[in-house]
Design a binder for this molecule. Structure first.
Ligand code: NDP
Length: 245
């Protein structure tokens, strides 16, 4: 079967590395017109150059998803460039794991700001555009940690459980909208770089994450959900490494 992606306007948050970068490259390969947002614009520019050299269309914009005005500006720049927004991929996320007793309250706040408020700001910016179009798709990148709680991950899991709840609530209220939650297992990326305790980072890197999927495995799941016909809403995809418990 063919994926219906060519010409679709897709905005991706956190597109400067890992899953967001892989999704940008894969969707560009399918002919999507892209808007890429993240804080590291040098990384975004390098990805955009690759996409343009292959004949793709891409807009790059500095984006901090913890700032509502920044997310609004990202969506508005996309609509200005392409005249519409078909898909918003709320992918940006951070995972500074720690035990709650360590009281890394600043990191708890950061996770809520990026992983929950960032997604909400994305939905808030995109929804009026998609409502006016009577069509659109929100793809929220959650995690298996949005379905299962792990030690050291209480706050991270709480933020990802929230992403599932927001997606499902949005879906129920919005018949014109396709809403997809992607829940990856362990994936190669820079995600553990946000763990501030070196021993904890080593433990996560060495023990729990040795059978990781390449980020493109999740990009393929995102492409599958976006590429379905307009009357098909893929609500949730859980994608784990085969060897992950
Ligand atoms: P990476 O660390 O490689 O990518 C995270 C992305 O988020 C980066 O592009 C980063 O860009 C961006 N980001 C972080 N903070 C902000 C911010 N304030 N504003 C805008 N962008 C921001 O990790 P992954 O690719 O793994 O993570 C992508 C998503 O996948 C996350 O939501 C994560 O929770 C989820 N996930 C990952 C799994 C894994 O095993 N890797 C498993 C399950 C879910 P920049 O720093 O340039 O702003």
């Amino acid at each position: 079967f063919a994926l219906d992606i060519r010409g679709k306007v897709v905005a991706i948050t956190g597109a400067s590395s890992g899953i967001g970068e892989a999704a940008a490259l894969r969707l560009a390969g399918h002919g999507a017109r892209l808007a890429l947002g993240a804080r590291r614009t040098d990384r975004l520019e390098a990805i955009a150059t690759k996409i343009r050299e292959a004949g793709g269309e891409v807009l790059v914009q500095a984006l901090d998803v913890t700032r509502r005005d920044s997310v609004d500006a990202f969506v508005q720049a996309t609509v200005k460039q392409y005249g519409r927004l078909d898909v918003l991929v709320n992918n940006a996320g951070v995972m500074p794991l720690s035990r709650m007793a360590d009281l890394k309250v600043d990191e708890w706040e950061r996770m809520v700001d990026v992983n929950v408020k960032g997604v909400l700001f994305g939905i808030g910016a995109a929804l009026p555009v998609m409502h006016a179009q009577s069509a659109g798709q929100i793809v929220n990148v959650s995690s298996v940690a949005g379905r299962q709680v792990f030690p050291t991950a209480a706050v991270y899991c709480a933020t990802k459980f929230a992403v599932h709840a927001l997606s499902e609530g949005l879906r129920q209220e919005s018949p014109f909208l396709r809403v997809t939650t992607i829940a990856p297992g362990a994936v190669e990326s820079e995600l553990t770089s946000t763990i501030s305790d070196p021993a904890m980072k080593r433990e996560v890197d060495e023990v729990f994450r040795k059978d990781m999927l390449p980020a493109d495995a999740i990009a393929r799941a995102i492409a599958y959900a976006i590429g379905q016909p307009a009357d098909v809403d893929v609500n949730e995809l859980v994608v784990r490494p085969t060897a992950q418990a």
